[in-house]
Design a protein around this ligand. Structure first.
Ligand code: SAH
Ligand code: SF4
Length: 404
């Protein structure tokens, strides 16, 4: 029995979509204050009025979830008309939306209409009893080639713009009825918390510290108190270990930090997370110790994917505990999520438990991230590749039909 509800809007053919993208007005949904001010300047709004106008638009876009300019009752009719003639508030388009039996939602998105080089990227929502986590992407593909990660097999196409990164939050809030007066969906589980999205994690496709400025600007929009208002303590950037950018991220963005550690010896980490050859474990941990604001109340999360027979021995667990000494840390054990063609298997459950036990005995909490949304392939990078695979299968069968 299939447990997957496909709540997709039909995908448009790629050509039609790119024609539509090139002709459409640029969108201000996901834009930062500076970009909105620039747009107003282009429309001839005098400089001394721009701040006030930006504040008004900001409230509508990020406080109320406006999808058009017509409702903006405190903005003059003339300016509303000019905005509507030249800009839109279109969100990234939903290519497909899937709902897992466990309430996990996954969207494959395409850039807002009006984006010059439209791209596809994905975003996942994971409801739990007390929280709802939105996992967002920062790049299309990834230039790093972590051997267990499916995104690592897809070459980097481009960085997402700040508007595309923040736009993922708008799409999710639309779908989850997370705007004043909007209705929550009833087709899947949601947390009991007053907000459907309580946490944001940069754990989708891509290495966020390789797209530093855009991700920083998008997180400034996400954490802005007059708009989306997510506390920086509830935003987590996950990095594979771009050591030279870690302190800068702390200073300029100041969110929580997660490190994809996955191995406790350089020899193995060089293989699993190849950026380790440039920035070995010792340098990575030194950057963690120096991360601005780190304390027992603001711990760094160390992610550790459990790979059968590779990194899951008792000796590995003990070494992990030793490495964590002096770092306010949380350890997050992630069961490996297999993908077609991977050489790895997930560690058996009793091995994961034994590993967690060693860490717990040392005084660290080590929650095992429960696999979510497996029925919709919610692992990093998998929805997009599934859709690409489908497209290439269609092409292949068309080619087959021609030659036969
Ligand atoms: N590039 C960043 C953030 C995106 S990956 C980083 O590497 O941290 C988010 C997390 O998912 C990382 O910890 C990554 O190692 C992990 N991950 C990737 N593929 C996975 C898989 N197949 N199963 C389990 N975790 C995976
Ligand atoms: Fe890129 Fe992160 Fe995947 Fe490594 S784990 S390939 S850094 S997305």
């Amino acid at each position: 029995m299939s447990t997957v509800a496909d709540i997709a809007r039909p995908a448009k053919p790629a050509l039609a979509a790119s024609q539509e993208n090139s002709g459409a007005a640029p969108s201000l949904a996901g834009a930062g204050r500076a970009e909105i001010a620039r747009a107003l300047g282009d429309l001839g709004v005098p400089e001394n009025q721009r701040r006030m106008r930006v504040a008004q638009l900001w409230q509508w876009i990020y406080g109320r979830g406006a999808t058009g300019f017509d409702d903006m009752s405190n903005v003059g009719k003339e300016l509303r008309g000019a905005l509507g003639d030249h800009f839109s508030l279109a969100r990234p388009q939903i290519v497909s939306a899937q709902l897992s039996a466990d309430g996990t939602r996954k969207w494959l998105l395409r850039s807002q209409p009006g984006t010059s080089a439209p791209a596809e990227f994905e975003c996942v929502y994971i409801p739990e009893e007390d929280r709802g986590t939105l996992c967002i992407s920062s790049q299309v593909g990834c230039s790093l080639t972590c051997s267990f990660c499916h995104t690592g097999t897809q070459r980097l196409l481009r960085n997402l713009t700040a508007a595309e990164v923040a736009g993922q939050i708008l799409v999710a809030r639309d779908a989850l009825g997370e705007w004043p007066g909007a209705e929550r969906p009833t087709d899947g589980a949601l947390p009991l918390a007053p907000r459907a999205i309580t946490n944001i994690v940069l754990m989708g496709m891509g290495e966020p510290l390789h797209n530093f400025d855009n991700v920083r600007d998008a997180m400034a929009t996400a954490s802005d108190n007059e708009g989306l208002g997510y506390s920086k303590r509830r935003i987590t950037l996950s990095t594979s270990g771009v050591v030279p950018q870690i302190a800068r991220w702390g200073a300029e963005a100041g969110t929580m930090l997660a490190i994809s550690l996955h191995a406790v010896r350089d020899e193995l980490r060089d293989e699993l997370v190849p950026i380790n050859r440039k920035h070995p474990i010792r340098d990575l941990l030194a950057a963690c110790r120096a991360y601005p604001g780190v304390s027992n109340a603001r711990r760094i999360t160390f992610e550790y994917v459990m790979l059968d027979g590779i990194n899951d021995s008792d000796a590995d667990a003990r070494e992990l505990v030793r490495l964590m000494a002096g770092i306010p840390a949380k350890i997050n054990l992630i069961p490996f999520n297999p993908w077609p063609g991977t050489a790895y298997d997930c560690s058996p459950w009793d091995r994961i438990e034994a590993f967690a036990e060693i860490i717990n005995r040392a005084g660290y909490s080590s929650p095992v991230r429960s696999p979510r949304g497996r029925d919709i392939m919610a692992a990093c990078g998998q929805l997009k590749s599934a859709s690409e695979r489908q497209a290439s299968e269609v092409k292949a069968s068309k080619a087959g039909a021609k030659s036969s």
